[in-house]
Design a protein around this ligand. Structure first.
Ligand code: PMP
Length: 325
């Protein structure tokens, strides 16, 4: 009934457009890239389109290979794709504030000759942005390719890294339309120097983005006012949810710059002296009440993640959570 598990936007658009189903899609997605370039204030040559940013992560690793370095916990696909392609993964832990250790990343990238460094900021599943100073230090001091994955940037008050593209040739930025209401279309963008775009474009399958998605994305990207209104609603609902969750006993929500909230169950539990497993129980009990969130205990101990939905969905989640706790 209440689906709050996958960091989708609760606000979608219903459309049915006639496209020429007999013809292949535009392999270069020209109209879409032109529009995205205007939006992001870059040139179309700086943009490569993907079937979601997942596909761009895949294409980046196919193009440049490993070792692939990233902090953990983070978005699982960096590791899954590296492993699927037989590339070495280097996982470095985030600190207790879920921030990166830039010195450690620089040192390890050099020692292991990492080809790609992935930094999801805001980070999934922790929800925070990494310290911009530390991200910049990595971009500046490393001669490795640094991919800043800004999938959740629309929900963050922090500045994005796009303005630095011209200055740092090793910087690659990922964006997606998935979090602003178009996850079903599978449209993602890589923004980088034309040289990097040229290389990654060699491994991209020619018709990776279907005609319907291209057309509908072009049409809906024009609905900026509605999209911005939805984003604002999610940001204010996030604030409200965090406030409501903060006063509940037995859980602690973490701050968030994204469209989801990570929260810890039994935050005061002494690791060794008491039994865990409460987070799983809460997850299942919520599901029994028709509320699906994400069980993150495999990645972050005792943690669950809830996507910010409509006011009604969020109220249903809080009501169920109160009952369950
Ligand atoms: N990057 C991050 C950090 C994500 O959390 C996600 C989606 N969960 C993606 C990329 C992939 O998004 P998509 O493939 O839908 O564009």
């Amino acid at each position: 009934k209440v689906k709050l598990d996958a960091n989708e936007s609760p606000y979608g658009f219903r459309v049915l457009r006639s496209v020429k189903t007999n013809q292949y899609p535009d392999p270069e997605a020209k109209a879409l890239r032109k529009l995205a370039a205007q939006d992001l204030k870059v040139k179309p040559e700086n943009i490569l389109h993907g079937n979601g940013s997942d596909e761009l992560i895949y294409n980046l690793i196919v193009t440049f290979g490993g070792p692939v370095l990233y902090p953990v916990p983070t978005f699982s696909m960096y590791g899954i794709i590296s492993q699927a392609l037989g590339e070495k993964k280097i996982e470095l832990p985030l600190d207790e504030k879920f921030d990166i250790d830039s010195q450690e990343i620089l040192k390890s990238a050099k020692k292991n000759r990492a080809k790609l460094i992935f930094l999801s900021s805001p980070n999934n599943p922790t929800g925070n942005c990494f310290s911009p100073r530390k991200v910049l230090e990595i971009i500046r001091k490393s001669d490795r390719l640094v991919v800043v994955d800004e999938a959740y940037q629309p929900f963050s008050a922090r500045n994005d890294f796009l303005p630095l593209l011209n200055k740092y040739k090793n910087l690659i930025i990922l964006r997606t339309l998935s979090k602003v209401g178009l996850a079903g279309l599978r449209v993602g963008f890589m923004i980088a120097s034309p040289e990097i775009v040229f290389e990654v474009n060699k491994v991209r399958l020619p018709f990776n983005l279907n005609s319907l998605s291209q057309k509908v994305a072009v049409e809906l990207m024009a609905k900026k006012r509605e999209m911005n209104r939805n984003i604002k609603s999610i940001i204010s609902e996030r604030k409200k949810l965090i406030r409501e969750m903060s006063i509940l006993p037995g859980i602690r929500p973490y701050p968030s710059d994204a469209n989801f909230i990570l929260f810890k169950v039994d935050p005061d539990r002494e690791r060794r002296s008491q039994r865990g497993g409460k987070a799983e129980k809460i997850f299942s009990a919520l599901l029994n009440r028709g509320v699906l969130i994400r069980n993150m205990t495999g990645a972050v101990a005792d943690c669950l993640r809830v996507t910010v939905g409509t006011p009604k969905e969020n109220a249903a989640f809080v009501k169920a959570l109160k009952q369950v706790l």
